[in-house]
Ligand binder design. Sequence first.
Ligand code: OOG
Ligand code: NI
Length: 475
Amino acid sequence: MPASAHVAPDEIRDLFSRALSEMYRAEVPQYGALLDLVAQVNAGALAEDPALRSALACRGELDRLSVERHGAIRLGTAAELFTIRRLFAVMGMHPVGYYDLSVAGVPVHSTAFRPVEDAALGRNPFRVFTSVLRLELIEDAALRAEVARILSARRIFTPRALALTQGAETAGGLDHAQAEEFVREALETFRWHRDATVTLSTYKALHDAHRLVADIASFKGPHINHLTPRTLDIDAVQAGMPKHGIAPKAVIEGPPRRKCAILLRQTSFKALDEPIVFKAEEHGSGDGTHTARFGEIEQRGVALTRKGRKLYDTLLATARRDAQSMASDYDTVLAEAFQAFPDNWRDLREQGLAFFRYSPTEAGLAAAASGQMLAPTVDGLVAQGYLRFDPIIYEDFLPVSAAGIFQSNLGTDEQRNYRARSNREAFEDALGAKVHDELELYAQAEALSLHQAWAQLGIGHGSSLNRHGMIPTAH
Ligand code: OOG
Ligand code: NI
C-alpha cells in the first residue's frame, strides 16, 4: 500500500483519545462534570487574561487545550507491557521516562507513553501513564504464584487489535477503515468490567497484599483508572469542585501557585466505590465493591533542566519535611520553601533552570535583513531584543506527585515499605525497548529552536549550540 493511503499516527491518537474520553464520560459521570468545570474555568481564565491567551496561541497550545488530557492504566505482566508498547506506537506514542513507585510503597514501576515530537505534541499531546506490577514485591509466595497464574491466563487485547497492530508494523501504517477499526478494538483493552475474574475471597487475599494488586489481577483488563484534563487555573478548579458535587483530595500535588508555572500541579477526586460481581464460590454471595476509578486535573508549566529539577526536588523535600513538624498548613510551608525558586522568566533562563523555545523577533529579522552586526551569543541576541524565548511545556509526570495520587486513592492504611531497588533494566527488558530520556527531549527541542532561529537570522548552522554558547562562525 502506498504510504499516502496511511492515516497519520497523530490522527489515530486524536481519534483514540476522543473515543476514550467519551467512553470514560459514559462510565464515570463525575468525569463529565469535571470536564465541564475545567472548560468553564479555562474559558474564564482566557477571557480575564488576554496576555495568557496570546502566549498560548503563540506557543500553539490554544488549540490543543480542549483535547489535552492524560490517562493511566496498570498492567499485570511483562508480555502485556511489551504489546501495549506496540499498540501505542501505532498512535505515535512512545515510552518516555522511568518512574519507580516502590519507593512510595506502591508495588509497580511505570513509564509514560506520549508523542515526542513538537508537531505531534501540538496536534494532540495525549499521554498514558502506564504501570506494571512488580510481582516480586508480593511477599507471600503462594499468593505470588496465584497472581502469576491468574495474569498469565488473561488476554487483554482483542485478536483484531493484535492483528491490526501487527499489520501496521508490517505495512508501515493503517488505512482509514483499518484506523477506525483499530481505535474501536484498542478501546476494549481500556474498558471497565463489572464482572471480576476471581472470587470474592481471592479478591480479599489480593486486596490484603495491596489494594493495587487486587485492582490489577481481579479483572479481564487494565481498565483506564482516570483521565485528566489540563486546566489553566487548578486552584479555581479545586475550589469549584465541591459546588459541582465533587470531593477533591486535600492538597494539590507539585509546586505551589506561582507567576511562572513550573512542571506540573495535580489534584484529584476520590475513587468511587463500584459494585462488582465476583465469580461464584461455594459459600457466600458473589457481590462486592471495588474502588479504583477517579478523576484528576492538572496544570502544566515549563519543563525544568537537570539543575532546575534538582532545586525543585530539594525544595519539595524541605516543604514535606517541614510540614510534618510545623503548625502552619502545607500550602503555606510549600510557598515559603519555593521562595528560593526564581519566579520570572528572565532568571529562570539566565540561571539555566528551565527549557525555552527560541525564535527571532521582528526586530531581529529586520536587523538581519539590513546586514546589521548581530551579538555573537544567545544572551546577547536576547539582550538586543532580537531573540525571544518561550517556555517549553513539561509533558511528563512527577514521581512524588504520582505517589500522592496513588496514595490518596488507596487510603492511609496502605503505606508499605518495600526494600526493593528500582529496576529500570527489568522494565526495559519487558518493554522491549529503552525509554526516552525526557531531559534529552526537552534539550533537543530547545536546540532545534535555536538552529531554526539561526537559519532565519542568516547566521549559519552549528552543531554545538547551547543557551550561553557562542554562535559558531560559518567556515
Ligand atoms: C497512576 C498515578 C499517576 C499521575 O498523574 O501522576 C498519575 C495510577 O494511579 O495508575 O496518573
Ligand atoms: Ni494522573
